[in-house]
Design a protein around this ligand. Structure first.
Ligand code: TYD
Length: 210
């Protein structure tokens, strides 16, 4: 089963992913992320998130994310699914639609076609969207700054950029309600894990029943 975690920067999806993974007991897991889930992806991640790449053309940026995804799906995600593992992926195709589409203005229909190509047609079974007001996400990121090395070029964008990304994600969640589970990221981590665990278990049971 393939599960993705989406949300604006600072929404806490990485923490949820890791804590949820710890709650899965003996279940064989593959934890991965985009960009940077494959060997090629690690190099692409350095380029795409580098502060010096700030002036990158929206379409150039798009193709870097897509190249990362194409290699990642082929090299990491598909083999893990074939081994019967539960795959948790930090960001996936919805990030492209929210960031390069909603926020950077690239055409959604084109992005969907390119996403399908890059993902080899692989869609998530379940997507957790951590929804959080931008001001709160920013506050969290500032608190993190002291302890964690920031590599996020995207941290530099203004609030309206992140508002558009957030709206883009919420719109996707509405249009694909059967796949998305929207979580209030302002809740405590304990509550988030509990809710996410319940949804995930229900989805796994449903998949097994088929
Ligand atoms: P990352 O440091 O992983 O941020 P976060 O911890 O918030 O996930 O940086 C990934 C950045 O790349 C993030 O700002 C979103 C952006 N991104 C896109 O713009 N398009 C994409 O397709 C993907 C996968 C990520």
């Amino acid at each position: 089963m393939f599960v993705t975690f989406e949300g604006i920067d600072g929404s806490g999806k990485t923490t949820l992913l890791q804590t949820l993974a710890e709650s899965m007991g003996e279940c064989p897991l593959c934890l991965t992320r985009e960009p940077g889930g494959s060997a090629l992806g690690k190099r692409l991640r350095e380029i795409v998130l580098d502060e010096h790449t700030k002036g990158l053309e929206a379409s150039a940026e798009l193709f870097l994310f897509l190249a990362d995804r194409a290699q990642h799906v082929a090299e990491v995600i598909k083999p893990a699914l074939e081994r019967g593992e539960l795959v948790f992926c930090d960001r996936y195709t919805d990030s492209t639609l929210a960031y390069q589409g909603a926020a950077r203005g690239l055409d959604q229909a084109t992005l969907m076609t390119l996403n399908a190509l890059a993902s080899h047609g692989l869609e998530p079974d379940l997507t957790f969207l951590l929804d959080l007001p931008v001001a709160l996400a920013k506050k969290r990121m500032l608190q993190r700054k002291g302890t964690v090395c920031q590599e996020g070029r995207f941290d530099g964008y203004d609030a309206s950029f992140h508002e558009t990304v957030r709206a883009g994600f919420l719109d996707l969640a509405k249009r694909h309600a059967e796949r998305f589970c929207v979580l209030d990221a302002a809740s405590s981590l304990e509550e988030l894990v509990q809710t996410a665990h319940k949804h995930l278990q229900a989805r796994m049971d449903k998949k097994k029943a088929f």
